[in-house]
Design a protein around this ligand. Sequence first.
Ligand code: ASP
Ligand code: MG
Length: 421
Amino acid sequence: MGRIVQKFGGSSVADAASIKRVARRILNAKLAGNDVVVVISAMGDTTDELMDLALQVSPQPKARELDMLLTTGERQSAALLAMALSDLGAEARSYTGSQAGVITTGKHGDARIIDITPGRVEQALNEGNVVIVAGFQGVSQTTKDVTTLGRGASDTTAVALAAALGAEYCEIYSDVDGVFTADPRIVSGARHIPEISYEEMLEMAANGAKILHLRCVEYARRESVPVHVRSSFSDKPGTWVKDLSKGNPMEQALITGIAQDTKEAKITVVGVPDRPGEAAEIFDTIARNEINVDMIVQNVSQVASGRTDISFTLPMDDGRKAIDALNAAKEEIKFDELLYDDQIGKVSVIGVGMRSHPGVTAKFFRALSDADVNIDMISTSEIRISVVVDADHVDTAVRAAHTAFGLDAEGEAVVYAGTGR
Ligand code: ASP
Ligand code: MG
């Protein structure tokens, strides 16, 4: 008899009928002989709606109170699901993150899981219950306040619980049949990927693929939890995210997938004195404000002026904070001006196959140039090449790369509810 964790995203529990449908699905897993722990997201757009409501009441709500509010979304769906399961004849019990033993840091809105003490979950399982845990939340080890783990983090709750409970695997249900070679909303011929390595999935998630929360993939890799990403709207097998390092490298596809991210912005610091310490000064300022920088480009300095420009990308949501912080440090850094551009997007090609194949970069850049897409910035890792392009060119660039690397499929990918949650 196996022990499994199943996580259902918001689109799978958007209304009463969907909650009953999901309950039947869970019941089937239980009747098949499994111990089942379910991690649940808030219904449909609940989290967004609660956020809007908070902003109507207060322009800058206190982070602690925001967490008190947002965690109610998952609490609703967890309780409702337990009721639906009871009506189907299955004993079920719902728990908040805190009750389930999800212990976190104290950073409201972006807390990290530091420990899981799932005593009550274990006990409820032993008593024959299906256990339902409200995702995306925990309790701070120091303040004992309720925390949230960041948007989309129910995935991370699920994998963390799977690891703590020694589950065989973790199923993540959304409204698409798993991971595709590109976002099916952009590339209609995107191909389903039956299995993908943790490291490729990490690059996909870190570079804009929204199917899995980035920290969930990090957690899964660290704890070796196999993750099955699938749709709750079909019975098709989804995508297994797991350790593929023992496979045959000769059989690896050159490129596994294309990801795009339109949530980044670019800041150019114009006229920075070209001498040691200036870049450190800029990025110290950024780091002190807890902003993550992605790509960095420094121009060749102008001999006449002895000054140079430094551009970097960062999450769009941190744009204002970064500009304010740099302006406040203008005296020390001594730059001329700041330019801000959020009409950009990042397109990445990802695949472990590129380790052993030269020419991937050339092929990617040729495809972009044939599609008349101008490259603004470039960055690479061992298994990824990313470019920054105009926001208007992102879709064209994704399609061009998808075709160039031979990823286009015959049929059309299905998106069941259209939200990807
Ligand atoms: N409900 C939360 C959100 O919308 C967490 C999740 O769905 O994973 O971000
Ligand atoms: Mg999600």
